[in-house]
Every structure is written in C-alpha cells, then in structure tokens.
Design a protein. Sequence first.
Length: 75
Amino acid sequence: MRYRAMLLCLLLSACSKHDTPRMQNADTLTQRQHDSVIGASGLPGAPGISKAQGAQDLENAHVAQAESIARADSI
C-alpha cells in the first residue's frame, strides 16, 4: 500500500504542468519577422505577403516624409 501511494505521488508530480522559461519565451519573432519568413517560403500566396510589406514600407516612407515637411513648415 505504501509503495502504491509513493508511486501515485511520483506520477502526479511528473504529470503536472510546469512552465519553464524556455517554454514561456518560445515565440520570440515579431509579427513582421514572422510574416517575412512566410513571405520568403514557397507557400501558395506567400509572394502577396512580401508585396503587402513592401506597400506598407512605401506608405510609411510617405508618411514620414509628409511629417518631416510639416515640421519644417511649422518652424
């Protein structure tokens, strides 16, 4: 009986969920990095992701240029 109780405790402790730091930090890629990896893959539709990122980069550059001009005008 004592052996069974010890075995039960051992099994319960072995099956319990224990988060290690390695498990908590498993996903360290940013969304953009993740999308870039998918865009570079050979999956169907993947080139569309790369094109969308290029369009987003172009729009961000336009916005930055417009903000720069607006700041220069306000001086």
